[in-house]
Write a protein that binds this ligand. Structure first.
Ligand code: AMP
Length: 305
């Protein structure tokens, strides 16, 4: 089934304890599209880049079969640039630089032929822009949304309007606490359900993720990866795996939502193994299946009486 992805396409400067890159392909929509392309052949990206965006980076997305009809090339400025530095434990990072560039004046326009898309992924961009996208799509089967502290603090009213129209919200633990004003994550989840999203996923970095749906809670571990080089994009990649699996299967049952969370974790575990999206570009569908099964074993609790 079709997925429409809206988010940033960027150049990133990244420093981790294991190395440094000054300018590599990044952005929430980049990670989302590359990841979901492993699950469905109908991935459509809506975003903007500037005059400095390399033809070779367009090729990277094209080679993954991503439809770029909705990617605007704005010659009046440069591509969105973000720089971050990770701490020793890789769980926390400092943003060193955010240059909105062509993103500053970007208004997402959904091409007519994409308006009846089935799965909509609202990557991390201003909530007012996420709402603008929601206004243009007809009736998606599922709306999946990401956000960050920056918007929770700076655009709360806009964010609440967006959330009232969202089915699944994927955020990290500190964002869930900040959004709900509640330190206990179980209570926070109930408060966030009342804001609109009937399904909530709270990511906890290397400690895994919690899925809250109806009255059920599912806890997934993070895959214990031997070589972690760069966590950039792991959150978006998680969302791409989650959305990709649902778009592939079309099944939103609680059991299948659990599988989708594991696929999200599987894909995120690949993402962190190399810098930027590098590792995500070299894996195979078989490698994804193998890791899914390893995950199953990792977290299986033996029954006893
Ligand atoms: P993640 O590590 O999953 O949180 O995502 C990292 C990606 O988000 C990087 O590739 C950045 O280019 C992108 N990014 C960082 N800040 C923003 C922002 N304010 N708006 C949109 N995208 C951003």
């Amino acid at each position: 089934m079709s997925i429409l992805i809206v988010g940033s396409v960027a150049y990133d400067g990244i420093e981790t304890p294991f190395g440094k890159r000054d300018r590599i392909l990044g952005g929430s929509a980049t990670y989302l599209s590359i990841t979901s392309s492993y699950f469905t052949g109908d991935v459509n990206l809506v975003g903007v880049v500037g005059h400095d965006f390399e033809a070779s980076d367009i090729e990277i997305l094209r080679n993954r079969g991503v439809n770029l009809d909705g990617l605007k090339i704005d010659k009046s400025g440069k591509t969105f640039f973000w720089a971050g530095r990770y701490h020793y434990d890789l769980n926390s990072r400092d943003t060193l630089d955010t240059q909105l560039n062509v993103f500053e004046t970007f208004k997402p326009e959904i091409p007519e032929n994409l308006r009846n898309v089935e799965y909509l992924c609202l990557g991390n961009i201003a909530p007012s822009l996420q709402s603008l996208v929601l206004d243009q799509v007809k009736s998606p089967k599922l709306v999946i949304c990401d956000t960050m502290n920056f918007w929770i603090e700076g655009a709360r009213e806009d964010l609440l309007k967006t959330l009232s129209r969202v089915d699944v919200l994927i955020i990290n633990d500190s964002e869930a606490r900040e959004l709900s004003g509640e330190p206990n994550l179980v209570k926070a989840a109930a408060l966030i359900h009342d804001m609109g999203p009937k399904t909530l996923i709270i990511k906890k970095g290397e400690h895994g993720a919690l899925l809250f749906t109806g009255n059920e809670i599912f806890s997934a571990p993070a895959f214990p990866v031997l070589d972690i080089f760069d966590p950039t994009g792991a959150g978006d990649t998680f969302m791409g795996g989650f959305a990709g699996w649902l778009a592939k299967t079309g099944d939103h049952s609680p059991e299948n939502l659990r599988r989708a969370v594991i696929y999200g974790s599987v894909m995120a575990s690949f993402c962190v193994e190399k810098f930027g999206p590098e590792r995500l570009l070299e894996i195979s569908e078989d490698a994804i299946k193998v890791r899914y099964n390893a995950f199953k074993e990792l977290s299986e609790v033996p029954a006893h009486d």
